[in-house]
Write a protein of this length. Structure first.
Length: 260
């Protein structure tokens, strides 16, 4: 799929992600194994056909080629598209893609070194229903058309307890998701943060979100195997620390205007 960008001018990384020539020179002179691994992964990311990166285009100023065309151009099917936002290493994206071959899965994160693992796993497992996007999640509306997404998973996000607007499950972000998810689409949250879980429950009442499923401790309940059999790197860590893992699924109620 990299051929989509042959005519697109490669744009520089945002300042927070850009690796200058001076940094690369310093890494060469004073090699740090972790830094060298990151550079190697960044280079390999450029070769992955299941990864689309923000530095290949500027979706804010020119249309992203796959917006509205994910089914026809990339997946070559009409199966529902499911996003995992803040996917990290892509464990959940890959796990669900294996479990549900009748759906398409796209993992979204801004960290290239983390996405490298998910992309590589998708290729090695020959998963044709998987893709990854390296972008800022606040720009999600520039990469998908209205109603193009069927479900959204937010797995173990930074709870941002001091900055509500930055929470990936806040009304601020939900309003962005509503621009791309179909009217019946479900948003899933899986978290180790009790405060974030309770925040969503309380906000749902205020924002008129329809809670479909609410499980305070998924491992204690044992109700949903998808929630326990697929585990992320951090989830395993939290479980070892004895933290409860909570889950809530909801959708925003759509008010249909009456016919005049």
């Amino acid at each position: 799929m990299q051929r989509l960008y042959k005519n697109h001018k490669r744009l520089p990384f945002p300042s927070s992600l850009f690796l200058s020539s001076r940094v690369i020179t310093d890494l060469t002179r004073n090699p740090n194994p972790m830094s060298k691994n990151k550079l190697k992964r960044f280079a390999e990311n450029e070769t992955f056909e299941n990864l689309f990166q923000h530095n290949d285009f500027n979706a804010r100023t020119e249309p992203f080629p796959l917006k509205g065309n994910w089914h026809a151009t990339y997946f070559n099917n009409t199966n529902p598209i499911v996003l995992e936002l803040g996917c990290g290493r892509g464990e959940y994206t890959i796990g669900m893609a294996q479990r549900f071959p009748e759906k398409n899965f796209i993992g979204v994160d801004r960290k290239g070194a983390r996405l490298w693992r998910g992309c590589k796993d998708g290729i090695e497992k020959n998963l044709k229903n998987v893709a990854f996007l390296r972008i800022k999640i606040e720009d999600i509306e520039y990469y998908f058309d209205q109603n193009e997404v069927h479900e959204i998973w937010v797995t173990f996000p930074d709870p941002q307890l001091r900055k509500e607007r930055r929470r990936l499950i806040s009304p601020n972000f939900i309003s962005k998701y509503q621009k791309i998810i179909d009217p019946t689409g479900i948003i899933h949250l899986k978290t180790d943060c009790t405060e974030l879980y309770e925040y969503v429950i309380e906000t749902a009442l205020i924002e008129n979100w329809n809670i479909i499923e609410n499980i305070p401790d998924v491992y204690k309940s044992g109700e949903n195997s998808v929630l326990t059999e697929i585990q992320t790197f951090y989830e395993k860590k939290w479980l070892l620390e004895g933290k409860p893992i909570s889950y809530v699924a909801f959708k925003k109620n759509h008010i249909i205007a009456p016919h005049l």
